[in-house]
Design a protein around this ligand. Structure first.
Ligand SMILES: Cc1ncc(COP(=O)(O)O)c(C=O)c1O
Length: 397
């Protein structure tokens, strides 16, 4: 590495910029510490993190129970692959399957959301013998080839079009378009985020998801819910599917699942699981002990501390506080996955909240919509703090 300013000490921002690919737009702060919904940067500045560590910090930052579990596991056996059995993997799998919707009794462990979707799409193709995929306009499913093909947007696809499998994109929330696309007869899977997060926290009525279930059944097509954001209790139920009374064939999880430790999972229906043989799918690191210790501790805390009802209580607190803010046009989403639509572009508002009020929120692909993905353990008074700050920023703008 070449020091861009020889003779001077590099600050962490300059050092990172000089040594990593410039693929991310980062705010000018380096985080060094976190506790529950609070993070501190390298200058000692404190922020309320309603972006939730990119929708990962389900239990807050450095949650003591998970930290202790991975400390202990690291000292016992840091890693071994699926070449062997592992008690902690067995227990994490049992906990997950227990919380999953009935009929999804098997899990494939991996390391990220895109890998979980990759596995789901492969399994859907293998079990149906079909190759086509229907995905939603506005969708984000990840950046590996299979998941990328189901992600909406030229900016993601342009250089790779030649190697991406064709995907049929339809508008989210309109079952008629899915019905039409299924007529080709070669559709292995319909994949969707039940709440489209990057697209601006869009949700459809329950009847839509129910219609997709019926259509997939009628066409021998697998229904995949990408619950990388909605899963693990964030919307007030373990899986979004419980809210709408639909059991998908496959559910993918990541982000919150390890409360900060990288892990992904594909939950698979019994019918699909029966068709899978040794060697059909694999990964070295998926199901490693450190990640499994994190998952086991995360799921235990989620249940024992009644955090799913708490996600709904936080939603009510945010809705109550934010509805009184002029210039908030709409509040969408569920639990701790909320979109706040403003009457103006959200990005400058997010910057002002961060820089002037010490509150970290997300934006989305829908320009006027802010995204909140706070820990389920966020203090209730965070809602009032956000509403006061947002009101001030909007009045000033
Ligand atoms: C809904 C959804 N699916 C899949 C992914 C990809 O997950 P990862 O970045 O862990 O590969 C993301 C990431 O933001 C996501 O939001």
């Amino acid at each position: 590495m070449t020091d861009p300013t020889p003779g001077t000490a590099l600050d962490p921002l300059a050092l990172e910029d000089a040594t990593t690919l410039p693929t991310y737009a980062k705010p000018p702060l380096a985080l060094v510490r976190g506790e529950n919904a609070t993070v501190w940067d390298h200058t000692g500045r404190e922020l309320l993190d309603l972006y939730g560590g990119h929708c990962v910090a389900l239990l807050g930052h450095s949650p003591p129970r998970v930290v202790e579990a991975i400390r202990q596991q690291a000292g016992e056996l840091l890693f071994y692959s699926n070449a062997v059995y592992s008690p902690v993997r067995a227990e994490a799998s049992a906990r997950l399957v227990d919380l999953a919707p009935e009929g999804l009794n098997r899990v494939f462990w991996c390391n990220s959301g895109t890998e979980a979707n990759e596995a789901a799409l492969k399994l859907a193709r293998a079990v149906t013998g079909k190759s086509g995929v229907i995905a939603m306009k506005g969708a984000f499913h990840g950046r590996t080839v299979g998941a990328l093909a189901a992600t909406w947007g030229d900016s993601y696809h342009a250089p790779y079009r030649a190697i991406l499998p064709q995907t049929h994109f339809v508008p989210f929330g309109w079952e008629g378009a899915v019905a039409e696309a299924l007529e080709s007869g070669d559709v292995a899977a319909v994949i969707l985020e039940p709440i489209q997060s990057m697209a601006g926290m869009t949700e459809a009525p329950a009847a839509y998801y129910q219609a997709l279930r019926q259509l997939c059944d009628a066409h021998g097509t697998m229904l995949i819910f990408d619950e990388v954001q909605t899963g693990v209790g964030r919307t007030g139920a373990f899986s979004y599917s419980e809210h709408v009374g639909v059991t998908p064939d496959l559910i993918t999880l990541a982000k919150s699942l390890g409360a900060g430790v990288p892990v992904g999972a594909t939950l698979v229906s019994d019918a699909i699981a029966k068709t899978v043989k040794t060697g059909d799918q694999g990964t070295t690191f998926g199901g490693g002990m450190l990640a499994m210790a994190a998952v086991r501790a995360t799921l235990d805390q989620l249940v024992e501390d009644s955090l799913m009802p708490r996600a709904l209580a936080l939603e009510s607190a945010f809705r109550d506080a934010l509805t009184s803010v002029d210039n908030v046009v709409d509040i969408r989403g569920r639990g701790c996955l909320l979109g706040i639509e403003l009457d103006r572009p959200a990005r400058p508002v997010a910057v002002a909240l961060r820089d002037e009020h010490g509150i970290f929120v997300g934006t989305s692909g829908h320009a006027p919509t802010l995204r909140l993905m706070p820990p389920l353990t966020t203090p209730m008074d965070a809602a009032g703090r956000l509403a006061d700050a947002l009101g001030e920023v909007l009045r000033a703008g």
